[in-house]
Ligand binder design. Sequence first.
Ligand code: GLU
Length: 491
Amino acid sequence: MSENVRVRFAPSPTGRLHIGGARTALFNWAYARRHGGKFILRVEDTDRERSTAEFESAILEGMSWLGMDWDEGPVVGGDFGPYRQSERLEAHLEVAEELEKGGHAYRCFCTSERLGELREKQIATKQTAAYDRKCTALTQDEVTHNLAAGLPSVLRFRVPEGETKFTDEIRGDVSFSNKEVDDWIMLRADGSPTYNFVVVCDDSAMKITHVIRGEEHLTNTPKQVLLYRALGLEAPSFAHLPLILGTDKKKLSKRTGDTALDDYRERGFPPEAVMNFLCLQGWALDGETEVFSIDQLAKNFAFSAVSKGGSVFDLQKFLWLAGEYTQKGELEALVERAKPFMVSAGLMTQAELSERGEWLKAAIGSVQERVRIYSEIPEQLAYLFATDAEVVYDEKAVKNAKKRGVDAMSNYFEWVRPRLESSSTPAELREETRTWIGENGFKFPDLFQPLRCALTGAAGGPDLFDVMELLGPESSLARIQHGLSRLVDSE
Ligand code: GLU
């Protein structure tokens, strides 16, 4: 059976890709890869008003960014296309007709006023709000007559009595009383099909073996299982993934965090970290390993390690995980990924990126161990681009510097100036400076605290000789000189 695994991700291009959707895609992809099956991408664009081509391409791009490929779907094609739901309408209507002929679906001519009143009455008498099946009493002649007279109608599914059971790969046995399942609408009055109807048409036509999707769809599943039965088809296996919860323990919403994948991309989270973190929302590799690659996911993904309960989205952990990738990855790759962030922060132009490639590499190398997401790189390097007279001093840096006074820095300036102006590079002065401090009766912080403030404006950061190397002798000396007056004056 394993070679036959066919799973699908079925996004609606009515908005940006939600991180929960991205996780659903990853788990589907991983399940297909683990079992040597096929991963299908189907665009559910039946909401013609809200679906756009831009959202569709952004979703596809987001999936590729995370490292997923698909075997069938838009762009790549396949034997079970078309892969856009809106292009499959004819097939949907054929299935609807078959169900209507077989008595599994019926025309309903009830007006929205009648349905509204019915609902109000049911709510008032504390009954489950459901359609009362008035139109099932219509004879075939009455239906034909109404249709010929142009009366608007919908097509409803006739839910049989009893119970609907299915086994969820994650939750085990699930059962719903059919009384809870309303005679739901398959075709709207304008003839357009609804989600629960087309999803079954397409999943069965595309020979999907496992439907892996978010828990919010669990209540749709009995409707779909009943539809498979009515069509005389075997339903696929279902796996409903736990919700991703916000810190308020409710479904993650914009209020408790960024919900669109692109928000994290734009903030400079490494795609490998996003993939890794999303998988940790409800799945564990072995209960211990937190940092893993997409290949490890593909080799190890199993429903048995997916949790039933919702997982809380912890941004601090996400940032930590991002740092694991940023800090431990290759510097060259980090530089490439950081470049657009240097440009969008207004620190460098495209031309400067190539002219000062080696310098940029050294600059990013100096902060690599301290950054987690790419947007932190321009933040941490901004001091290098400041005017020497206007380096922004932060409060803590000034406090640390003032505690030491400028005595050591003032003497050091006299000593270091001729050296920097002649041939010494800052790096060469590292050891000599340490000797100079001792010989002049100072302690290291007496020099380094004010010097750090003068050069960078911050209380912590890279090695100061690396900083001077990046600034160059001229700028380093100018900053020390400005520091000597600024740290004595009112600041
Ligand atoms: N288009 C549906 C959604 O985006 C798909 C649900 C499903 O996987 O069945 O929620």
